[in-house]
Every structure is written in structure tokens, then in C-alpha cells.
Design a protein around this ligand. Structure first.
Ligand code: DX5
Ligand code: ZN
Length: 220
């Protein structure tokens, strides 16, 4: 399973999006958090910013939609050229139909679970997805502490994926840093989102390299 680093631009200097994306050009994708102040108690940005990030052509875009009614809004992010579109299990009305629509539009389909949402009700849905995002903080804000009690869920998800023989990634998002990333890798995650750890580092490029080197020790 390929290990990838997807820095979150939530707390970057959005006035210099080009410069900030250039700093992390060694990452695999840029993780762009869309928040609607309904599904989460915070408002970030929507399609125009995601389109702008995509148009810069520096990194493929991994969009994380923390929004109500993804059934209606998520396909637009695939149409905008996002390489990956992740919606929340708690918010979707018809997750299978939506995942198929995202794939039909050429994007990878991701299913995100809040900390209190178990994986078990979604095991049968795994083949519909390219990625499962296991939140390691309550979604809504960057800079929160990593919930290491999510690691049993990561392990159970990895076991369930192994049983399918499919190439499905497990992404962890929230509080991921040089201090916590190995715990997640050891539990079976292979896709790592880090926001504040990368953008508060003196050198974001070096921080991405550092995180990559740390997880390489735990490749499954
Ligand atoms: C939180 C977002 C995360 C956030 C991560 O709701 O989904 O992507 O930006 O930020 P850090 O790494 O600072 O926890
Ligand atoms: Zn996110």
C-alpha cells in the first residue's frame, strides 16, 4: 500500500495560495477542507477556491467535504478536476449512488467517518470507495490534538480492507505530526493529512520529507 502525504491547506496563508502550494510541491496531493457551518461549526471556502487551487497545477487536489447534503454538492468537486473527493458518511443520503457518480466523473471516491462513527455499518460499502478517511479529531478546526483512541478503528478498517483484496487507502486527518504519524502508520493508515504540523514548520518542504521518512518505517 503506497504511503502518501497530503498537507491540509486549511491554515496556510490563503492570500498566497500559489506560494503555499509551491512550498509543499513534494507532497502527493493538497488536502483542501471545505466547511459549510452546518455539518461543522466553521466556514472555510467552497468550489471557487478549490477550482483556483486545481488551476494552479502544482498538486492534485484531495477535497474533504465537511458539508451537509454532499449528494447535491460533491459531484461539482469532481467536475472541477479534484483527483479525490471525500464526503462524510453522516451527511450523505445515498452514499453508494454518490460514490459511483464521483467515480464516473473521474475522481477517486472517499468516505469520511467522524470520531464517533464506527466503520462496521460501512463494511459492505468498501468496494464502492478508493479511500476511507478516519478522522482523528472532531472535524471543524485545525490545530487540535490527535485522538489516538481512533487507532482500533484504523486497525479494524485495515483488516476489513485486506479481506476485500481491494486497493483502498486509509487516510487519517487531524493532529497528525512527527509525534503522532507513526502511531497511525503502525495501525494501518497509509494516507496522512497534516495541516498545522506542515504549515507552522520553519520549512514546510522539509517537514513533508520528514513525515514521509517516519512512515516509511511502517510500510505494510
Ligand atoms: C479538520 C480538517 C483537517 C485539518 C487538519 O476538520 O479536516 O484537515 O485541517 O489540521 P491539523 O493537522 O492542524 O489537525
Ligand atoms: Zn480534512
Amino acid at each position: 500500500m503506497k504511503q502518501v502525504i497530503h498537507p491540509s491547506i486549511l491554515n496556510c496563508d490563503i492570500a498566497d495560495l500559489k506560494g503555499e502550494l509551491h512550498k509543499i510541491r513534494n507532497a502527493d496531493m493538497a488536502h483542501v477542507d471545505v466547511m459549510d457551518n452546518h455539518f461543522v461549526p466553521n466556514l472555510s471556502w467552497g468550489l471557487p477556491v478549490v477550482e483556483a487551487a486545481h488551476r494552479l497545477g502544482i498538486l492534485p487536489i484531495d477535497s474533504h467535504l465537511m458539508i451537509a447534503d454532499p449528494d447535491r454538492w460533491a459531484p461539482g468537486y469532481a467536475e472541477a478536476g479534484c483527483a479525490s473527493v471525500t464526503f462524510h458518511a453522516e451527511a450523505a443520503t445515498a452514499p453508494i449512488r454518490l460514490a459511483r457518480e464521483l467515480r464516473r466523473l473521474g475522481a477517486k471516491a472517499g468516505l469520511a467517518l467522524r470520531p464517533a462513527t464506527p466503520i462496521e455499518p460501512f463494511i459492505e460499502l468498501l468496494p464502492e470507495f478508493d479511500m476511507i478517511l478516519i478522522m482523528t479529531v472532531e472535524p471543524g478546526f485545525g490545530g487540535q490534538a490527535f485522538l489516538d483512541n481512533m487507532m482500533p478503528k484504523v486497525r479494524r478498517t485495515r483488516e476489513a480492507i485486506s479481506a476485500t483484496n481491494l486497493d483502498i487507502s486509509i487516510q487519517v486527518d487531524g493532529g497528525v505530526s512527527a509525534k503522532t504519524i507513526e502511531i497511525a502508520a503502525e495501525a494501518g493508515a497509509n494516507n496522512f493529512v497534516a495541516g498545522s504540523a506542515v504549515f507552522t514548520a520553519d520549512n514546510a518542504y522539509e517537514e513533508v520529507e520528514k513525515l514521509r521518512a517516519l512512515v516509511a518505517k511502517h510500510s505494510h
